[in-house]
Design a protein around this ligand. Structure first.
Ligand code: NAD
Ligand code: DAU
Length: 357
């Protein structure tokens, strides 16, 4: 591996957003950076998501299988590679799984973040001063604010009212990260984005699940009456925002990243069914939709104010929802093998347990 370049530690880089972020970095900076991808490879992580990067940027990209709660290995890796920028994507990320069994959410999403912060401080905080140019980006979520029922949207100073164990584990991590800012003046920044979609998203999440079920002519489970609203953000726009925040964001700050695309689940389901139908000349229609028992504590609507990142960092989402959905659906159709490999035995057991078929 090359040295003397900006070194990134990307935790959770084998997952959905992390792998998109690493690909974005190499597209943008080429061989001018080196990236160490630290991932435990849970059911949601797949080393092959970056096989193109592994091949094209062999000297500047390294994958290490590690759990972010593993102190001993983290110590060795921090000493060996001395990262400049840490971006923590590693998490248990699926709300429904957190409702069924929350423990590993607390372990990874809260305790794991604490461990990373500790290693960051142990390595780069000397004589009560931070070694210059070190940055820690904690990837958080709009779910920490909880749901909004009326017309309000949440800003970075809105109170935290997480609903699910997943959201609570992420909010707890945000508070820990912020305590390192207040107590040690740690160069930490928190990002809170809305629902991402795009290539490489594990098909337990709404959009790839719908595509997958359309391709297999399986029922599409929609919770409750389908009226819950999410603000969809194309993953390319999110990773571009994270890069801007690393380079121009202010230490100690929080940045909301929203797509500005609020739409109900039933409406998005219909759009995706139409897209798959058109692209595959299939005879599927909306009769695949099944209204099923609602998620416990299901947040009605998420909505973010994004004035801060727009005005201070000059970022805005650039990909129209329609274009982004078309590209995404195309990607899953063109990468059916990826979908098939992701829906392994574990996925099928989870699916059966959740939806009963
Ligand atoms: P994902 O589930 O696709 O990927 C998570 C990755 O973390 C996987 O590769 C997994 O193997 C790895 N991981 C899990 N536990 C680990 C551990 N203990 N040690 C090391 N690696 C571990 O998740 P995602 O959708 O890419 O989300 C990435 C981050 O973005 C998460 O922190 C999530 O909370 C946040 N986020 C996601 C969304 C979204 O819509 N997907 C929106 C806002 C915020
Ligand atoms: O808002 C950001 C969050 O978005 C991230 O922090 C999470 O990591 C990510 O998983 C996502 O959480 P959601 O719960 O919003 O995403 P999910 O794709 O699971 O569900 C989106 C909406 O669709 C939600 O209202 C629940 C509904 N849904 C979901 C599934 C899986 C259904 O109606 N049927 C389903 O089968």
């Amino acid at each position: 591996m090359n040295i003397n370049k900006n070194t990134y530690f990307i935790t959770g880089g084998a997952g959905f957003i992390g792998s998109n972020f690493i690909r974005f970095l190499f597209k943008r900076y080429g061989n001018g950076i080196r990236v160490i991808n630290l991932d435990k490879l849970t059911y949601a992580g797949n080393e092959n998501n970056l096989s193109d990067i592994e091949k094209d940027f062999h000297d500047n990209y390294k994958f290490i299988k590690v759990d972010i709660t593993d102190d001993v290995t983290l110590s060795e890796i921090f000493k060996k590679y001395s990262p400049d920028i840490i971006v923590n994507f590693a998490a248990e990320s699926h709300v429904d799984r957190s409702i069924k069994s929350p423990e590993n959410f607390i372990q990874t999403n809260t305790f794991g973040v604490f461990k990373l912060l500790e290693h960051f401080k142990d390595n780069f905080y000397k004589d009560e001063k931070w070694i210059p140019n070190k940055r820690f980006i904690q990837i958080s979520t709009d779910e920490v604010y909880g749901e909004t029922k009326n017309k309000e949207s949440f800003s970075e100073v809105s109170p935290l009212f997480p609903s699910s164990p997943y959201a609570a584990s992420k909010a707890s991590a945000d508070l820990l990260a912020y305590s390192f800012v207040r107590t040690f003046k740690a160069p930490v920044i928190i990002t809170r984005s809305s629902n991402n979609f795009g290539p490489y998203q594990y098909p337990e999440k709404l959009i790839p699940l719908i595509v997958n079920n359309c391709l297999n002519k399986k029922p599409i489970p929609i919770y409750g009456d389908g009226g819950n609203i999410r603000d969809w953000l194309y993953v390319e726009d999110n990773v571009r925002a994270i890069d801007i925040i690393i380079n121009r964001g202010k230490s100690g700050e929080i940045y909301n990243i929203g797509g500005g695309n609020e739409i109900s689940n039933i409406a998005i389901a219909k759009i995706i069914i139409d897209l798959v139908k058109n692209y595959t000349n299939s005879d599927i229609d909306y009769s695949l939709i099944r209204f099923v028992k609602d998620r416990k504590g299901h947040d009605k609507r998420y909505s973010l104010k994004t004035d801060k990142i727009r005005s201070l960092l000059n970022w805005k989402p650039e990909t129209e929802l329609k274009t982004a959905l078309e590209r995404t659906v195309r990607w899953y159709i063109d990468n059916r093998k990826w979908l098939e490999n992701s829906t392994d035995k574990e996925y099928n057991l989870y699916y059966k347990d959740t939806y009963g078929e």
